[in-house]
Write a protein that binds this ligand. Sequence first.
Ligand SMILES: Cc1ncc(COP(=O)(O)O)c(C=O)c1O
Length: 416
Amino acid sequence: MVAAGTAKIEKSARQYRADFPILGQMMNGRKLAFLDTAASAQKPKIVIDSMSSVYSTGYANIHRGVYRISQELTTAFEEVRQKVADFIGAPGARNIVFTRNSTEAINLVAQSWGRTHLQKGDEVILSAMEHHANIVPWQLLQAQIGIEIKVIPVLDDGTLDYEAYQSLLSPRTKMVGVVHISNAFGVRNNISKIIKLSRDFNPKIKVLIDGSQGVVHSPVNVIALDADFYVFTGHKLYGPTGIGALYGKYEALESMPPYQGGGDMIERVSFSGSTFREPPHRFEAGTPPIAEVIGLGAAIDYVREIGFDFIQKREENLLAYGNKKLKEISGLKVFGDVSDKAGIFSFTIENMHPSDIGMVLDQCGVAVRAGHHCCMPLLERFGLDATVRASLGLYSNEEDIDALVEGLHKARELFQ
Ligand SMILES: Cc1ncc(COP(=O)(O)O)c(C=O)c1O
C-alpha cells in the first residue's frame, strides 16, 4: 500500500504511468493524453504479460483435462474466482459467476432471476442515470412478462433524488437496480442508503448494484453493503475485455435456473433430460474466457497492490486541478459537479457541439468521449444529446489535463 503523502503520491503516479506501454506513444504529433478510461482503461504490462504467458507457456482448455497444463490452468482460473471474491468482500468463490462483462451479468439476472421470481405487474425500480446495460435487459423482460419499470429521478446537481425513491417503493416492488458511480457524470451514489431504504421498506426486495465504475474508483464490500447482486466488467479495471463478474448472495443464485445451456454447466445430459451443476458453474456454459480470467486476476493484484488510498487521493487531487483549469474556458458547463464523485469531467461548451470538440481534441493528441455515454435518459433529463467526457485513470496526470485545456482553448478559437 502507498502512503497518501503528496510527494510520495506524485512519485508513485509517475512510476505507475510507466507500467502502461501505450501511454508512451505519440498521437497526432503530441504525447497521448488518454482521458477515456471510463469507456475502457488501458492495460498495464503485467496484465498483458499474464495473458501472453498463458498462451505461450501454459495454455489448454480447463476443467476437463487430465494432463498437467490443463490442471494447472484450471487451478489458476479458479484462484481468480477467489481473488474476485476477496476484492469485493464476497463470502466466497461460489458467489462469483464469470460473465463476458457487466452487460451480460445484468442480462443474466434479468432473464434468470427475473423470469423466475417476477410476474406481470411486479415493479423494478431503476435510476434515471443508469447505463443502457441496466435499462434494456429489464425492458426486454418487461416485453416478455409485463413487469412495470419505475424510475428514480435525478436532481439538477446530477445526484439521485432519494426522497423520490422512497415514494416509489410499493408492495409490488421486487427489484431495484442502481449504478454505484455514474459513468456519464461521475457522481457517486449513496448505494448503502438505497439498500437500507429498500430493506426498511421490505427486506425481500432485491438490490442489484452496477459496479462497472464503482470497483475502479473505490473499495467495495458487498457484505457490508448487503447488496444482493453486484456486477462489474474487467476492461474498466485495467483488465482485458471479454470478462466480467456477477456477485450474488448464494441463496439468490441457488434460486436461479441456468441462463444458457451447454458444456461445463451440466451434471448429466441425456435425451430424457439434463441436470445442472451448482452455482456459479451452472451459469457458465461453454469454454470460458480462460486467458481473460487470468488477465483479470493480474489486474486485481495490480490495483490491490497500488491500493485505493493512493487511487482515491490521486484522483481527488486531479479532480481539484481539473475543475480549476476548466473554469478558464468560457461557456463551459460541468454536469454532476458535486463533491462526492469519481474522476470524470462531463461538460458542454456554449455554441459548440461535443463531437466537434472531440475532433479538435483528437488533433491535439487528447482522447475523450463525446456522445451520450450509453445514458440517453440521463442526458435527455438535462436537455442534452451529448457531452464531452474526460475520464481519469490511475495513470492520469496534470499534463493530460493541461493538454485537454489547451485543446479546448484551440477549439474555442476555431469555433468562435
Ligand atoms: C456504469 C456502467 N454500466 C455498465 C457498463 C457496461 O459495461 P460493459 O459494456 O463492459 O458490459 C458500463 C460501460 O460503459 C458502465 O460504465
